[in-house]
Design a protein around this ligand. Sequence first.
Ligand code: M6R
Length: 610
Amino acid sequence: MCGIVGYIGEKNSVPVLIEGLKRLEYRGYDSAGIGIINTTECKVIKTKGKVAELEKLVQSENIKSNLGIGHTRWATHGEPSMKNAHPHMNEDKTMFLIHNGIIENYVSLKKGLLEEGYKFVSETDTEVLAHLIDHYLKIKNNLFQAVRYALNEVEGTYGIAVIYKNEPDKIVVAKKGSPLVIGIGKNENFIASDVNALIAHTSQVVYMEDGEIAEIFKDHFQAKTIADENIIKEIHEVDLSIDELSKGGYPHYMLKEIMEQPDSLFNSMRGRLVLKEGISKLGGLQGFEERIANSDRIIISACGTSWHAALVGEYMLEQYTGIPVEVEYASEFRYRHPIITPNDTVIFISQSGETADTLAALKEAKKKGALCLGICNVVGSSIARESEAGVYIHAGPEIGVASTKAFTSQLLVLSLITLLIARRKSLNQPEGQEIIEELQKLTHKVELILKQNELIEKIAAQYVECRNFLYLGRGYHFPVALEGALKLKEISYIHAEGYPAAEMKHGPIALIDDDMPVVFIATKDSVYEKVVNNIEEVKARKGRILAIVNEDDNEIEKLVDHVIKVPKTINMLQPILSVIPLQLLAYHIAVKKGLNVDQPRNLAKSVTVE
Ligand code: M6R
């Protein structure tokens, strides 16, 4: 969603803001703006479109300042336009505000402010907050107190930063439901919605928590609760390098991240396998193993790609642990009065660790006393911090909006959790060892798939003009079919649906003709023969078929138009391999259509609004 960055110190803030915004652009990107205050002027520059447009405008103005804030916007209230872009300001243009989140009671707040005589130039909820702060600024004559009083009236979510001409020595920030991080420098401090924007300047960060507000000066900061009580915040060291945030010679982050999967998978399992004993060791779950193993039920909740990982997790955990597993869309879970007891374990999966629906579902499950675990990629993210225990996937930063390496690492971590729990149930040592041996062979097998990139690109070229796709798979590969379809639709804008292969005859078969490509995931598992039957059914109706098959399969290629071969592994791990050709297929189709694969239209990397 929206990205926030801010600087106070001795340098010119403008290049810091622009560079930070570029690093945040993947979060949201329909407009961008900066606001600066110096001894002679208060200035806001904003534009519709990319940060590059903003950069040109800023360069032409040649402004300098030691205090500034910047924002990239992903529209919620009001279309993407210059007037709706942030910063928003008070009427005399002396106080600037940037905001990530949604002010839910903005209509009633706006009514009161209109009655007071305030005029609005935008359609945003944020401008309402700017005027509300101004209202209290006139009463309190103090920025910190004005922000605090205004926020006491706000319902909804926010990560905000505010600067004011009459108090040019500070940035006031506050958080509720949207991420906000303070970066600690020497005679300079930073704020951002994401550590990615800070990492070029400092590795020392302070994570703001919900209900906290802080004044950031150039050489110190003071955090308080929204009720004005002082709090002491811990400074964390972030282990992230600037190289990890670059494209590393690839044309797109998405391709880089697909190609990184041998490494990301290795990092997800590094130090976590004990072959001799046939067990996995997960430090983040230490002390919780018995409680998980004795749960009446495991619920896994997530959104999007992470929800697809949850579905694979359901198959894994039920097969190996015998514990009943349910998978829930976080957005549904949070609102449908779910029956949760303290005997349940609820696992929340989120790459970003900031997805609003998943975070809210976590809070709901916590309230009901369940053991809440997080599987996150971003270290220190809200879901990671709110969970009682959990496992980081250690996939490294994922910048491309389409999730790829995070998905395979989520599956890998789910297999480690499965092994951990299953060994406390009926899985014996040699069986555990067999799983570990397969895990250890995985990265080499991924490399073999990635070597087929050129072949997959050639196959993709033959499908670029298609308007619809079906993806079909069974068992462990039903969620992979869903994920393959999601990858294609989100970056290529081609309509694609995933189904369990056997469901085809209950409806989707009516769509099949020589115009409808069908992607089958047909590796050799217990339902292989049945999937071959489904392939025959599509063939009989002249559908075009692309099949993902195992290396030793020479039968399916006689039936279908194209095959992509993947090495064989145990069923539980096979999705980690079979999804990779689908990631590459989606990538190449989108690139051939001339689309921006890293920043597809209407999407954001981190969905911090409901
Ligand atoms: O950060 P999260 O894993 O919680 O994000 C969940 C979804 O928003 C995300 O997976 C989304 O579906 C991706 N664009 C998929 O590629």
